[in-house]
Design a binder for this molecule. Structure first.
Ligand SMILES: [Zn+2]
Length: 401
């Protein structure tokens, strides 16, 4: 396959006109000057496709339904609304969300799934990536194993329908029994966990206080605060490794950042969701400097709003500015492409380079020709086509343990 756009966006952020990209067996074989005047991709810019590092397709129908500007109020409302929906409604929502991902230029996704339906949606929209089947044992504290076995069944269904790797993933450090957390981390499979999204987690783990402690009391779950930060708690259970994706990672102290970076953890940064729920701004520059790879995620539409990677990139720049950091256009584009692929443990080299194996997208950027302008002005309507260049990753892993 040879694609001859007007210009190609390289990983450096440079936009090079007059070149074509030759794909051979799922790999970029050559990037060279046009060899033919006739071009099907006239007027378009070619880039690596986006990767959505963190998603909940199954909440798409809750877009605009949850009005809360505080994390705890929001999560309580979601917990109330979630079970009121019939399965077919959840499945339809997931289908719409998967197609909306494709429409904004996403070709691979790190999906946190709660029901056994997002696998179908991912397949139908032609997305790759992997599924993290969420484990929550709040209501099964006395016997978490049975709940984990039920989640593993849903994981098997999603693996079969999507054809993608599916892994068990603890929802958060406070909603999963420590034995189940330890077992998942020790399995060595890639996993993903929401952590330090709000300051309430620290309040709970360090001092046994706050609304999380209130929830534990309400459910009759014993409160045994370890007296350490949520990140240190995950580390103590064997979960801080390069096979762990930490979602959000907002409320971190310096030692947390150092631990995460030294362990080469992956991060999913979801700035629109964080802003909507009043979460502390995540220390992205510090995490990257410490050694973590940060991908951008669009979380659920219930908190982030419309599925739009350009809006997510703008929010990332804005959140960094709020911390006094400058997040350059090339860096934020990389967080939405190459680094997001690393964040979801893709084995493909997601780079616009000879030997690279990214999926690709063609955009009509209208009059915008520089990357900062493209990020500032483009939208899902700018994405003309997403091209799957490689076959899907093999579902190599089992939904263990
Ligand atoms: Zn999430």
């Amino acid at each position: 396959m040879i694609i001859r756009p007007d210009a190609v966006l390289l990983d450096s952020g440079e936009i090079v006109p007059g070149v074509e990209v030759c794909i051979l067996e799922g790999t970029i074989d050559r990037i060279r000057p046009w060899t033919k005047a006739a071009r099907e991709e006239s007027g378009l810019l070619l880039s690596c496709a986006f990767v959505n590092a963190h998603s909940h397709l199954e909440y798409y129908d809750l877009i605009g339904q949850v009005e809360a500007d505080d994390y705890w109020a929001w999560i309580q409302e979601i917990v109330r609304l979630k079970p009121l929906r019939p399965m077919h409604q959840v499945a339809e929502a997931a289908e719409l969300a998967a197609h909306a991902n494709r429409a904004t230029g996403v070709s691979a996704i790190g999906e946190h799934s709660d029901w056994p339906v997002s696998g179908d949606a991912i397949r139908d929209a032609g997305l790759g990536g992997r599924i993290f089947q969420e484990v929550i044992t709040m209501r099964e504290w006395a016997d978490p194993e049975e709940k984990v076995a039920r989640v593993a069944e849903a994981a098997t269904i999603n693996a079969k329908s999507s054809g993608l790797p599916v892994h068990l993933a603890p929802h958060t450090p406070f909603t999963v029994h420590p034995d189940a957390l330890r077992a998942i981390f020790q399995s060595g499979s890639p996993t993903s966990i929401h952590v330090a999204e709000s300051r309430y987690e620290r309040e709970f783990f360090e001092r046994g206080e706050g609304p999380i402690a209130g929830l534990y009391r309400q459910l009759g779950v014993p409160i045994e605060p370890p007296g350490i930060s949520p990140v240190a708690y995950i580390a103590a259970l064997g979960g801080l490794t390069e096979s762990t994706q930490l979602v959000h990672a907002c409320d971190l102290d310096e030692e947390d950042v150092w631990r995460i970076g030294s362990a080469r953890c992956k991060i999913a940064h979801c700035p629109r969701s964080n802003v909507a729920l009043g979460c502390p701004p995540a220390p992205i520059r510090e995490l990257q400097s410490a050694g973590a790879t940060v991908g951008l995620g669009m979380d659920s539409a219930a908190s982030s709003g419309p599925i739009d990677m350009f809006a997510e990139m703008r929010a990332a720049v804005h959140v960094a500015e709020g911390r006094g950091d400058v997040l350059g256009a090339e860096s934020v584009w990389r967080m939405a492409t190459t680094d997001a692929a690393i964040s979801i443990f893709s084995e493909r080299r997601w780079e616009m380079i000879e030997g690279g194996q990214p999926d690709l997208m063609l955009m009509d950027t209208e009059r915008w020709t520089r990357l900062p302008e493209i990020i500032a002005n483009c939208a899902p309507r700018s994405v003309m086509r997403v091209i799957n260049v490689a076959k899907r990753e093999e579902p190599a892993s089992q939904p263990a343990p």
